[in-house]
Design a protein around this ligand. Structure first.
Ligand code: FE2
Length: 400
């Protein structure tokens, strides 16, 4: 993928740039039942169910659970009343991601800068504070139902404190005894941070959202694929990858492309009330084989590729690595095959990746488990094999 990287060196970023991103603060899911979803993500994916906010802590409108693993923070939220805005979204979309919330130095200034750049508001800045500190959040509307909250924190709620187990925000309480947490500490899944977050948008709208991330958020294009890269005989998509100035987060944007059969992007949209949204979160691990082995032990359902994938993959990957003077894939090839892990290489090195099946009943959101050994791309060499595997799944769902 050597010639397709269009990312310039990160623009000079100063701490006076209000849109300088400090971290992915959290990813907020709207779910039908947060208490039960917390068990699922803890049991299947090894998250710690760390804190909660519900009727017992004084929250009368929604219940929230903070799940953590490495530097990943998921907030699972469910409405407690029918007129809560999340209730209508769950009716329309099922469970899924609502908000990729980004830590900044000053949420209000970041929000105002984004609005000046042409963005529109999802919600006005609001601050919750107590004697220990404050959390300010302001919402920027992104594609479809997706929102980026800007989050700034002070005092006991500063992000470094939260990372060490400090209270997430006023109103949250520690879980106390939760047996799965102990199990997960003993049997880690090794997930470290959100590597990238992919959005599906409507046909013909990819370039609109690419420009939106450039103009409103100050992102730049990182990689580019077209439907020649990502197509099978039957279905296709187009994808461009946007990256924040400091490459803290990458946001690939997919749109459906014409094919003889229905693309996976169109399938997503049709089960998502024809509304754009987050398709997958890629979670980074340093050790793909250990992570996937542990996730499989826990019963995670991954997309299966035909054995024939492994007939061709080593030749393709090793040739690419040799051509660019990199060491061959060091992980045990037979174990990679046994675990069903996918491999791809580019001019910078290789990556290991694997995709889960949908995380809920609708064929919408899924996870990717990814480990990088130099490669900064997204597994282009696997797209064709993956699409063929996905088409088998789409066909089983009656959606091809
Ligand atoms: Fe991905």
């Amino acid at each position: 993928m050597s010639s397709t990287s269009t990312s310039a060196a990160p623009a000079e970023m100063s701490t006076t740039d209000p849109l300088m991103l400090v971290d992915v603060d959290h990813v907020r899911f709207f779910v039908g039942n947060a208490k039960q979803a917390a068990y699922f993500y803890a049991s299947a994916y090894g998250f710690q169910v760390e804190q909660y906010s519900d009727l017992t802590t004084g929250s009368r409108t929604s219940a929230q659970y903070l799940l953590t693993q490495g530097n990943i923070r998921l907030v699972l939220e469910t409405p407690l009343t029918p007129n809560h805005p999340a209730a209508d979204e769950i009716r329309r979309f099922g469970d899924g991601v609502k908000d990729i919330a980004l830590t900044v130095l000053d949420a209000e200034r970041a929000y105002e800068a984004a609005l000046r750049n042409g963005g529109s508001s999802a919600y006005e800045p609001r601050t919750i504070a107590d004697q220990h500190g404050s959390v300010t959040m302001a919402g920027l509307q992104s594609y479809g139902r997706a929102v980026h909250s800007f989050v700034s924190r002070t005092g006991a709620y500063a992000l470094p404190r939260v990372k060490q187990g400090g209270t997430f925000a006023p109103g949250f309480a520690p879980m106390g005894h939760f047996a799965l947490n102990e199990h997960n500490r003993k049997h880690p899944c090794g997930l470290k941070f959100v590597d990238h977050c992919v959005g599906n948008v409507e046909e013909g709208k990819m370039n609109y959202w690419v420009e939106w991330y450039e103009n409103v958020m100050g992102f730049s294009m990182f990689k580019h694929f077209d439907d020649k890269d990502i197509s099978t005989e039957y279905s296709a998509l187009m994808s461009k990858v946007m990256a924040s100035g400091n490459h803290l987060i990458k946001m690939p944007i997919n749109e459906p492309a014409d094919g003889k059969k229905k693309s996976q992007i169109l399938e997503y949209l049709e089960w998502h009330d024809m509304t754009p949204g987050v398709q997958h979160l890629a979670l980074r691990t340093d050790d793909e084989l250990s992570s996937v082995a542990e996730l499989r032990r826990r019963g995670v359902d991954f997309l299966a590729l035909p054995d024939s994938y492994y007939d061709a993959v080593w030749g393709r990957v090793d040739a690419m690595l040799r051509k660019h003077g990199h060491e061959p894939v060091k992980e045990d090839h037979q174990r990679i095959k046994d675990l069903g892990i996918l491999v791809d290489a580019d001019d910078e090195g290789y990556l290991l990746q694997l995709f889960t099946k949908p995380l809920q009943d609708r064929p919408t959101l899924f996870f990717e488990i990814i480990s990088r050994r130099g490669s900064q791309s997204f597994g282009k060499g696997n797209f064709k094999a993956l699409f063929e595997a996905l088409e088998i799944e789409q066909d089983r769902r009656g959606n091809l």
